[in-house]
Design a binder for this molecule. Sequence first.
Ligand SMILES: Cc1cc2nc3c(=O)[nH]c(=O)nc-3n(C[C@H](O)[C@H](O)[C@H](O)COP(=O)(O)OP(=O)(O)OC[C@H]3O[C@@H](n4cnc5c(N)ncnc54)[C@H](O)[C@@H]3O)c2cc1C
Length: 397
Amino acid sequence: MENYDVIVVGAGISGMSFAHYAKKANQTVLVLEKSEHLGGSFHSSGIKDPKSNFWFELGAHTCYNSYSNLIEIMEDCGIVSEITPRAKVPFSLLVNNKVKSFVSQINFLEILISIPKAFSKKKEGETVKTYYGSILGKKNFKKVFSALFSAVPSQNADDFPADALFKKRERRKDILKSYTMKNGLESITSAIAKHNDLLVKYGVEIKKIEKQTDGFIIKTNNGDFKSTKLSLCTSVTSAPELIREVFPDLAEKISKIKFQKIESFGVVVPKEATGLKPFAGLVPLDDAFFSAVSRDTIPDENYRGFTFHFKPDILTPKEKIKKICTVLGITEDQIIESHERLNIVPSLRLGHYELVDEIDSLLKEGNLFLSGNYFAGLSIEDCVSRSKTEVERSMKV
Ligand SMILES: Cc1cc2nc3c(=O)[nH]c(=O)nc-3n(C[C@H](O)[C@H](O)[C@H](O)COP(=O)(O)OP(=O)(O)OC[C@H]3O[C@@H](n4cnc5c(N)ncnc54)[C@H](O)[C@@H]3O)c2cc1C
């Protein structure tokens, strides 16, 4: 049976950064991924035109210079030169199918009256709704900011802990403030695999995890594998299912974290098809989607790409196309390609960090390691930082 120091389950940025750090610590690593795709929510979809290298994002789209651990990994992999600035195009609101600026929808008098509270009000223990509703005004929050903030985690963010949505981190002044990569964010996970010469097995269905005195046996549709350490870097919904038999208490705790499904639907159209001015994102005030993210941040000569992040179980694929056509002002036959992806993200609630402490105390001193976007937060850097500290812990066990 193949034997490794570490088996990493899940090839999103959490799993790939875990594998990177483990390789750096001279561990032998095998990555098991259930889909045929490397990168998870890093999904830069290409198009069939052989003369074009047009891509658009079906998941994550932007990195920031405060993502210091991610930047360090990119330095290790020699891809910092691929960092690409995003064109300065606006995020706008969609009101009754018309594009409007945020400013046009805000009641500034209400902000003026409410904003002094920002000096005394603390984010701790407050939800996004109670904190921002208080400092921006309840009516402004309900009308504009609730939808705007919900576009950040692609789900209703009203009940998120206020201190989890926007975090302050130290910045790397030598790196662009916000950026993507020349060939999209997926090139980061691909570069990690290449740089580390990682062995990744795709299409793997894990049938059973067995705990031994000296490690784990992972039984899959693709053979059995043995490892001293096991790292689960899957979505918040998969992790408890995988460990329910071997670590039932841990599985139960993780199952307490709520989650949201996002039906992402991306389309590519000829550049001249839509009359909409270039934009980075569109946020509807009340509609079947949380946001529409565009590729206009990296303008292309021939194409424009748009990914609509739909609320789950509302529209059929046909209805989604109809909605996209209405918003973009195009006809269905102008869509050159469409790609879909189901994203799953955790829905953080007050008390989340206490729950994470309980999960961590159950993990303590064991040889199971957990990473993902349901610990410190959803951002890319939160995932990478969690993987870093888990690998550091794994080297002490
Ligand atoms: C639409 C969207 C836009 C976003 N935009 C941004 C952004 O611009 N900037 C930012 O910082 N963050 C953004 N985020 C958040 C961030 O991208 C994600 O939190 C992060 O990429 C999650 O990475 P992950 O590896 O933890 O999980 P995932 O990317 O979900 O990867 C998990 C992997 O595990 C695999 N897997 C699951 N179960 C199993 C199993 N049983 N066996 C084997 N493999 C399994 C999955 O197939 C997947 O490949 C966005 C998220 C979404 C959904």
